[in-house]
Write a protein that binds this ligand. Structure first.
Ligand SMILES: Cc1cc2nc3c(=O)[nH]c(=O)nc-3n(C[C@H](O)[C@H](O)[C@H](O)COP(=O)(O)OP(=O)(O)OC[C@H]3O[C@@H](n4cnc5c(N)ncnc54)[C@H](O)[C@@H]3O)c2cc1C
Length: 287
């Protein structure tokens, strides 16, 4: 049986491990877990009206959003893990133009779903934490709880006989195979799939590959409310860096920051807290 090693157990690695056929391949997934984006992510799946102008990014993100709808069905994800409650987009001006852009993009991204300009009243009734304001709603937007997703997908993978090694891996080429070593294990593999996020760089550079990947730090504010119906609310994408993500059991998430200079610094900062608070305070019913 062919041996495959996957290095990195975030959303990419664990999803791949579940789609590979374990009757044909012997799969080992290595995951250090340190600095992992998936378990910390805000989980907004709504790329269609992003302000980013990079067309290749858009194609990748759009195809990813379409795939996620299939994935939710294939893996039978619960509403707690994957909630397709739509997205509300807030803009101080230009909502009608945004609605036109959504209609255009829907032609090759039908996953965007229904597109609707909402009155102030309709906005507040869809997401009661929001102060009344007009908005654009797209029904295809979703939220993925990264931590619950990983836990669930790991259980499925274990049932399929995927092996897990929760240690940092180092990769070497030995004759016709790959050698993957950790502090306590060493295995050889016919094929290696690297899904290690920005750590692809230190894994691949010793083998002579050049990798242009850098970490980006993201910080969130998480707080609890008594709003138990939050699990069915849409995500609100604000007109700045902050977004408002209703999660399960009254939990609300604000964020994330996008910090290119912070490298692997995982400490929360006062500056990020203040910026996210400032960027979001005017959209709430209670400041
Ligand atoms: C705060 C925050 C908010 C975000 N919000 C959103 C959002 O709303 N919407 C969205 O689409 N995206 C969001 N993202 C981005 C998204 O989470 C990431 O793009 C995605 O999770 C990346 O998944 P991945 O599997 O590529 O990498 P990761 O989840 O980072 O997983 C890589 C794994 O590889 C492991 N690893 C690395 N090197 C090694 C090694 N040598 N040996 C063993 N293991 C190794 C790491 O420890 C890690 O566990 C957010 C990210 C953050 C941090």
């Amino acid at each position: 049986m062919q041996k495959i090693a996957i290095i990195g157990g975030g959303i990419i690695g664990i999803t791949l491990a579940n789609y590979l056929d374990t009757t044909k391949y012997d799969i080992t997934l290595f995951d250090e877990g340190k600095g992992q984006a998936t378990k910390a992510s805000a989980g907004i799946i709504s790329p269609w009206l992003s302000k980013r102008r990079n067309k290749r990014w858009y194609r990748l993100a759009k195809d990813g959003a379409a795939f996620l709808q299939k994935l939710a069905t294939d893996m039978n994800l619960s509403q707690e893990i994957y909630a397709k409650n739509g997205t509300i987009l807030l803009r101080s001006k230009g909502l009608a133009d945004l609605a036109n852009l959504a209609e255009q993009r829907k032609k090759d991204a039908p996953e965007i779903g229904d597109i609707e300009l909402l009155s102030s009243y309709q906005t507040a009734s869809k997401l009661p934490l929001l102060a009344p304001q007009e908005s654009l709603y797209v029904s295809g937007g979703a939220r993925l709880n990264g931590l619950l997703y990983l836990e669930y997908m790991k259980k499925l993978a274990v049932q399929k006989q995927v092996n897990f090694i929760n240690e940092k891996a180092v990769l070497k080429r030995k004759n016709d195979h790959w050698q993957i070593s950790t502090q306590n294990h060493q295995i050889s593999a016919d094929n290696v799939i690297i899904t290690a996020g920005p750590n692809c760089k230190p894994l691949l550079e010793p083998l002579g590959y050049q990798v242009d990947l850098r970490p980006q730090k993201g910080q969130l504010i998480v707080f609890n409310t008594a709003q138990t119906e939050s699990y069915q609310w849409p995500v609100a994408m604000l007109d700045n860096e902050a977004d408002l993500i209703p999660a399960n059991k009254g939990q609300i998430i604000i964020g994330a920051t996008h910090e290119d200079e912070a490298q692997w610094d995982l400490q929360p900062t006062k500056e990020a807290f203040e910026r996210l608070t400032e960027n979001s305070k005017n959209v709430f019913t209670v400041p």
